[in-house]
Design a protein around this ligand. Structure first.
Ligand SMILES: Nc1ncnc2c1ncn2[C@@H]1O[C@H](COP(=O)(O)OP(=O)(O)O)[C@@H](O)[C@H]1O
Ligand SMILES: [Mg+2]
Length: 449
């Protein structure tokens, strides 16, 4: 067995990915990390214990850090690596990952550097520079191959992770404001925002996702801070990273996180429940809340309800995450990657998990199904129904204000905002309507299907 990739949290050596004689990957924490006060585990599935953690857990955990689908395909092709060779790919791109860890190369603060997009693309207009950046990403996912850039993020959408600098060139943890500068992090520097450009296959996705995330916040569910960023002839959604923080001394730091595929020990290919090898079902996702404080477990239920009400059918296990901060209990990460599928009939309309034992579309969610969901976590059905109704009421109450706020953002197109808002509300009201109908007709009696 040979240590093949050191794993770093800032300058601290957390452990090593190890390759066995048979090529199987393992992971071992360093003595130092195990003795460090406030040390966090890589994963809820990889506890802070001596010895080599097994490949069955470690391999899928690592694979979940990499991009997926076409993004992984183009990236590995340009690196001349096999898609299945997770460790080799991570050694190339695993400098700035989801969470706090850097693979291979130590993150040395004195080497951190940021290059403004305008400088990188040699254009004065920041919007045009961003447009060029998005074109660049079609050839080089996550800027693979760019000197000093080692970035990895999961997901199938084209995306970038950049840093926001203030007018003095200092990194700041906020969505870009007037006078701020977007910059490419290099040599171990952390990114602070994630950007996803528009996508002709999913028209209006930028407005759609921004609407859903801001609606969630408006109804009281913590969600990624999101805005629309114009980029010449196109636009993009920009979210603030929740796995970054500013320390008391003003230093930018990474905060560890893992997604629910990682927290449940499944590889990225099993993020959906459907498939020959089944991924996590709703009960498993909700049961992940047992690691969280009770208020966060309730928020997890809220996130799940929100995704059903908003018809976010793509809410698979990688679209829920848990934060593993230094010296503190695990917390639920804010809601992220939410869009309503309803404007796109060509995209799979079934939810990522079965609801009450069957695959279902948003229009088919019935009162009885909420009772089954409640039962899986031991909540009272009446409480869950009440929570659903309460959230629907809030959807309606906040629709206009959220719609107007997003329509007013430069780069957003009002028609798409209205479309997403209308479809989300229609879906939520349909769900609420069924809730009432069932209650009036006698709870639990004569239900079908
Ligand atoms: N606001 C955020 N803060 C920190 N990490 C995030 C945030 N949003 C997304 N991520 C991470 O980036 C990954 C990809 O982002 P996501 O929006 O889910 O992209 P995609 O639409 O391609 O699935 C997520 O799985 C998660 O690990
Ligand atoms: Mg996602």
């Amino acid at each position: 067995m040979i240590p093949a990739a050191p794993v770093w949290f800032d300058a601290l050596h957390v452990g090593d990915v190890i390759v066995g004689d048979d090529g199987a990957l393992g992971f071992a924490y360093t003595e130092n990390w195990l003795a460090t006060e406030g040390a966090f585990p890589l994963s809820l599935t990889i506890p802070l214990e001596n010895g080599v953690h097994r490949s069955e857990i470690v391999s899928p955990w690592l694979a979940n850090l990499l991009p997926e689908e076409e993004q992984l395909y183009i990236l590995t092709n340009s690196l001349g690596l096999d898609r299945a060779d997770t460790l080799a790919v991570l050694n190339e791109v695993g400098g700035d990952t989801a969470g706090a860890l850097s693979f291979g190369v130590r993150s040395d603060r004195s080497a951190w550097a940021y290059t403004p997009l305008t400088e990188s693309y040699g254009v004065a207009d920041p919007e045009i520079a961003l447009e060029r950046h998005f074109e660049d990403l079609t050839r080089r996912p996550l800027l693979v191959g760019e000197e000093g850039v080692r970035l990895s993020l999961a997901g199938g959408q084209r995306k970038s992770a950049l840093a926001v600098l203030d007018a003095n060139g200092m990194p700041v943890l906020r969505l870009p404001d007037d006078g701020d500068i977007l910059a490419i992090p290099r040599h171990g520097a952390p990114s602070t925002i994630i950007l996803k450009p528009d996508n002709p296959i999913l028209p209006g996705i930028v407005e759609n996702e921004t609407y859903c995330l801001r609606l969630a916040k408006a109804v009281g569910i913590a969600s990624a801070e999101a805005t629309v960023l114009p980029a010449g002839s196109r636009n993009s959604i920009c979210v603030l990273r929740h796995d970054r923080r500013i320390s008391r001394t003003g230093a930018l730091q990474r905060v560890h996180q893992e997604d629910f595929a990682q927290a449940n020990g499944v590889p990225p290919g099993r993020k959906y429940e459907r498939g020959t090898l089944r991924g996590p079902d709703l009960a498993t996702l909700l049961a992940t809340g047992r690691h969280l404080p009770p208020t966060d477990a309730l928020t997890l239920l809220d996130q799940l309800i929100f995704n059903i009400l908003a018809a976010n059918t793509d809410a698979h296990a990688k679209n829920y995450s848990v934060l593993l901060p230094v010296g503190a209990w695990p917390r639920l990460a804010p809601l992220y990657d939410v869009s309503t599928v309803l404007p796109w009939p060509h995209v799979v309309q079934y939810f990522a998990q079965n609801i009450a034992g069957k695959k279902r579309k948003p229009a088919n969610v019935d009162a009885r199904h909420w009772d089954v969901i409640a039962g899986t976590v031991g909540y009272r059905p009446a409480d869950v129904r009440k929570r659903v109704q309460d959230l629907v009421d809030r959807f309606v109450a906040h629709r206009v204000a959220v719609t107007e706020a997003i329509k007013a953002l430069p780069g957003s197109s009002g028609g798409y905002v209205e479309e997403a808002a209308g479809l989300v509300e229609e879906n939520a009201l349909r769900v609420a309507g069924r809730l009432r109908r069932k209650e009036n007709s006698g709870y639990g009696c004569g239900s079908r299907g």
